[in-house]
Design a protein around this ligand. Structure first.
Ligand SMILES: Nc1ncnc2c1ncn2[C@@H]1O[C@H](COP(=O)(O)OP(=O)(O)OP(=O)(O)O)[C@@H](O)[C@H]1O
Ligand SMILES: [Mg+2]
Length: 377
């Protein structure tokens, strides 16, 4: 049982005035798989290293199981960390790499051997126990690094981009292995990545960090479906959410309309309460899979019609991305269509927008305005 609490954690590195991590607070629950996601340089590794005790904490409190850890040395925190560079000892066999941390802790030889065999078995490393790291593939080395963390049976696992040195197919299989491992061990885990597919598929919750600050935290689908600002909307998803400049107008009947370039769409009645007193420039957010070519999947009640012109078609095999132009709008609009879609550059066609999952953002604060989005599908 272990839960980790960050309470206003801040990091200011020596020789730098700007904090690398700014007042971050969240709790990782017992057994949870928390993913820290954000662009390069946003402070993910710094947060992880402070939890591990590899970096001093400049402000705020770090607690494990409610106990303050700020000044507890790394070796006494009962945490295991796996890095992107596997950091195995090259001159030692796999068996000795796995045993290293245990020997230093004075565990008996027979106990060590028993644990190593168990862990090697569970990670498929048994045939390689007597090899040295140079004779292993990248994926196998990575598993040894994970194994070294598991044999210690720590309270908390920390991973810092452990898959980023692996090629694409190995990433997918190792990702699945790590998820299965977590399901089996149920250990509290904090996992850093800038890969959104890893974040979406592995995390119990995702914590999105930008510029040293926590932007949003929640289950993957909630963060994906209900981004709190344009940063999250534009960061998650491939292609990300379309963020289209628009003009909000209220009609005499109390209904709201949106001018998108030369076209006008009606906003759902349910939004009226959120939009009271608002008008003028606004950002209209809609995911590429929530715009439908006429005749394609309209099950979810797509309900605003627009006409757009094709500027590019990307047939990806499993799906087709069509990039459209909207008259009078600078931003291109990405639409995910099914793999059988045929479209030609220059075609002008009618499309439907599923307004039930659209978002409106304030162009000045970048924050979401509509808060009525329901999870659909
Ligand atoms: N030892 C250090 N001294 C001074 N500044 C540092 C140090 N380590 C990191 N930084 C700075 O702190 C900020 C956050 O770095 P950090 O390594 O935590 O980012 P990250 O989110 O892990 O990025 P990446 O995805 O590239 O690994 C960056 O601006 C970085 O330059
Ligand atoms: Mg990093």
């Amino acid at each position: 049982m272990a839960f980790v609490t960050l309470d206003g954690i801040t990091k200011v590195y020596e020789n730098s005035r700007e904090p690398a991590v700014k007042d971050i607070s969240f709790e990782v629950r017992d057994g949870e798989f928390m993913v820290l996601l954000g662009p390069s340089g946003c402070g993910k590794s710094t947060v992880l290293r402070m939890i591990a005790g590899l970096e001093t904490i400049s402000g705020g409190d770090l607690r494990i199981d409610g106990e303050r850890m700020n000044s507890v040395p790394a070796k006494d925190r009962d945490i295991a960390m796996v890095f992107q560079s596997y950091a195995l000892y090259p001159h030692m066999k796999v068996r000795d790499n796995l045993a290293f941390g245990l020997r230093r802790r004075g565990i008996s030889r027979s106990d060590i051997n028993r644990r190593i065999e168990q862990v090697a078995e569970s990670l498929g490393l048994t045939p390689y126990l007597d090899r040295k790291p140079h004779a292993l593939s990248g994926g196998q080395r990575q598993r040894v690094a994970v194994g070294r963390a598991i044999v210690r049976d720590p309270k908390v696992f920390l991973f810092d981009e452990p898959l980023s040195n692996l090629d694409a197919s190995l990433r997918v299989s190792t990702r699945n292995e790590l998820v299965n491992l977590h399901n089996r061990l149920g250990a509290t885990t904090i996992y850093v990545t800038h890969d959104q597919v890893e974040a979406m598929t592995m995390g119990t919750r995702i914590c999105i960090i930008n510029d040293g600050k926590l932007v949003q935290i929640g289950p993957p689908m909630e963060v994906y479906r209900k981004p709190v600002n344009t940063f999250v909307a534009g960061f998650l998803g491939s292609p990300p959410m379309n963020l289209i400049e628009a003009e909000l107008k209220s009609g005499a009947d109390g209904a709201f309309k949106l001018d998108i370039g030369t076209q006008c769409i009606e906003l759902p009645e349910a939004w009226i309460s959120y939009l009271q007193g608002k008008s003028g420039k606004i950002i209209f957010g809609i995911r590429p899979e929530d715009i439908f070519l006429s005749g394609q999947d309209m099950k979810r009640g797509a309900n605003a019609a627009v006409t757009m012109t094709v500027t590019a078609v990307e047939a990806l095999g499993a799906e087709t991305i069509i990039i459209f132009e909207l008259e009078g709008v600078d931003t291109k609009v990405f639409v995910k269509a099914d793999r059988y879609t045929r479209a030609n550059i220059g075609d002008t066609m009618p499309l439907s927008i599923d307004m039930g999952v659209a978002r409106l953002f304030d162009p000045v604060t970048t924050k979401v305005i509509s808060n009525n989005t329901q999870l659909s599908g």
